[in-house]
Design a protein around this ligand. Structure first.
Ligand code: TYC
Length: 101
């Protein structure tokens, strides 16, 4: 008697999509004190003094600097909180988010 071959009824598509990632970008301005930018980077992005100073100086010299990469929710929350920390002191400090390629 021939062997019974069971054909899979449906193809199981492996669905392991990665969440889209977003860069948090620090934007330079002429008014926010350097030390304040460093303080916000340390507090909101858990950076060391050295890392924060480097990121701050890169934005200061080039206009912008990528701070870190997160899922959309986290990137948006951190960028908003960091921007609000500047606003609370009357500074125009700005963090934006941008999709990662
Ligand atoms: N340019 C500011 C100053 O000279 C410092 C600064 C750096 C502000 C980076 C914002 O994203 C920034 N006081």
């Amino acid at each position: 008697m021939p062997e019974t071959v069971i054909k899979p009824s449906a193809k199981t598509k492996p669905k392991v999509e990665r969440p889209k990632l977003y860069k948090v970008i620090l934007v330079n301005d002429d008014f926010t004190p350097r030390e304040f930018v460093v303080r916000v980077l340390k507090a909101e992005f858990r950076m060391s003094e050295d890392q924060a100073a480097k990121v701050m100086m890169t934005a200061h010299q080039r206009g912008v600097c990528v701070v870190a990469v997160f899922t959309h929710d986290v990137a948006e929350t951190k960028a908003t909180r960091a921007t609000d920390a500047g606003r609370a002191k009357g500074y125009p400090l700005l963090f934006t988010i941008e999709p990662e390629e």
